[in-house]
Design a protein. Structure first.
Length: 404
């Protein structure tokens, strides 16, 4: 894929890519433009504005659901970070994921998807797609033979998430891109946990990369969004089919907040990873902790792949103890720094207990070998932990006082 920003490195792109020129003031920082509609030039025909597939920077804005200056800046910035030709933003990560699936898949098509991924995506795929006549196969995407075996002549899309939520299992993007393409399918990667600081899926051969912007890219836990980046023509078709028609558009304010968050993404990710390694090392030595999974630890089961595919190990780790529910209870009552709450990628550290029985019943419904595979990573339950930007010593002290 051609990189439209070949001259700058990541931190510079995060700050400068995509700024839309202010017509009235020579502002240094980007502004917020909330207008829903725009004054049109008299000779503009229908389908010649920002809704058209070949819109450029000079194409006039028309209506906020089609494109807006703040969404445009966000899209250009994320595309620059991913080395993508284009990107399209949505009102949430789920809107982006379901928008891409419904755009690419029709009745009679087949989707090959990781058997463990974000629960919202897993539930949508299991509950909604079969009703639309779309066949779904769930595979352990850390096993390349299983991916090959899961492909059918009708497979249109392969969907992987790496590291996966909640177990942190990795998938080999370059190898799976080859398998998907050999079978005539496209590969989409949910890279929310890795961020473009850690992994660039399009460089490894993927056709689409997806992010829940709500997480690390925003970084502060105060705005929701989602995005898909890829080739110009693919993104233009996706914008028309799944954004303009479904209407799942991001608000200008959220797009502005997330663009602002992205400016510090590279330095935040470096600190998330440093803190996560310190906490993971502490937990690994704690007598009450039975297992720690963090891609930055030497004990990580897919250490070679982590080192090859992730240049930043991110701030997500999981750990287990013998009585998870009791510890979850103590955490919710006694934490002084951590928040016992869902979500991830925020400046604040967040932990939540994910019991295997509960998530199997409600979201994954693995059977047989797949269930055994899930238990290999998660046992009876894991604490999904998003290590924030506080001082590592304070995080360790907070965990120590609930573990003891
Ligand atoms: C890996 C992953 N993908 C997608 C989503 C969905 O994102 P959102 O909550 O922004 O809809 C999440 C949310 O937790 C996630 O963790």
């Amino acid at each position: 894929m051609k990189d439209p920003h070949p001259h700058h490195q990541l931190a510079t792109r995060a700050i400068h890519a995509g700024k839309v020129k202010d017509q009235n003031f020579a502002t240094s920082s980007p502004g917020i433009q909330p207008s829903v509609t725009y004054l049109l030039p008299p000779d503009l025909g229908f389908g010649q504005g920002k809704d058209s597939g070949d819109a450029t920077n000079e194409t006039p804005w028309i209506y906020q659901r089609w494109d807006s200056p703040n969404a445009h800046q966000l899209e250009t910035r994320v595309a620059a970070l991913e080395g993508a030709e284009a990107a399209v933003s949505f009102g949430s990560g789920m809107a982006a994921a379901t928008g891409l699936m419904l755009h690419k898949l029709s009745a009679g098509d087949h989707l090959l998807i990781a058997d463990t991924c974000y629960v919202g995506v897993a539930e949508f795929v299991r509950k909604k797609l079969p009703a639309l006549g779309i066949d779904v196969t769930l595979v352990d995407t850390s096993d390349l033979n299983a991916v090959v075996a899961g492909m059918t002549p009708r497979t249109k899309l392969v969907w992987i998430e790496t590291p996966t939520n909640p177990t942190l299992r990795l998938a080999d993007i370059a190898a799976i891109a080859e398998i998907a393409h050999a079978g005539g399918a496209m590969l989409a990667v949910d890279s929310t946990f890795a961020t473009p600081v850690g992994t660039r899926p399009l460089h490894l051969g993927a056709d689409f990369v997806m992010h829940s912007l709500t997480k690390y890219l925003c970084g502060h836990g105060d705005a929701m969004g989602g995005i898909i980046a890829g080739r110009q023509a693919d993104i233009a078709a996706l914008r028309e089919d799944s954004l303009i028609h479904s209407g799942a558009v991001i608000s200008p304010f959220n797009a502005w907040l997330i663009s602002r968050g992205i400016e510090t993404l590279p330095i935040r990710m470096a600190q998330h990873a440093r803190n996560a390694l310190a906490v993971a090392t502490f937990l690994e030595q704690h007598p009450k902790v039975t297992r720690v999974i963090y891609p930055g630890l030497a004990s990580f089961p897919q250490r070679e792949l982590a080192q090859r595919q992730m240049s930043n190990m991110s701030g997500m780790l999981t750990f287990a103890v013998s009585d998870g529910p009791a510890l979850a209870h103590r955490m919710a009552q006694r934490f002084k720094v951590f928040h016992y709450a869902v979500s991830l990628g925020h400046s604040r550290s967040l932990v939540v207990y994910v019991p295997t029985a509960g998530i199997q019943q409600g979201s994954f419904q693995h059977q047989g070998a797949a269930l055994a595979g899930y238990r290999q990573w998660a046992g009876e339950g894991i604490f999904r932990t998003s290590i924030g930007l506080e001082d590592a010593d304070d995080l360790i002290a907070d965990l120590a006082q609930v573990l003891d």
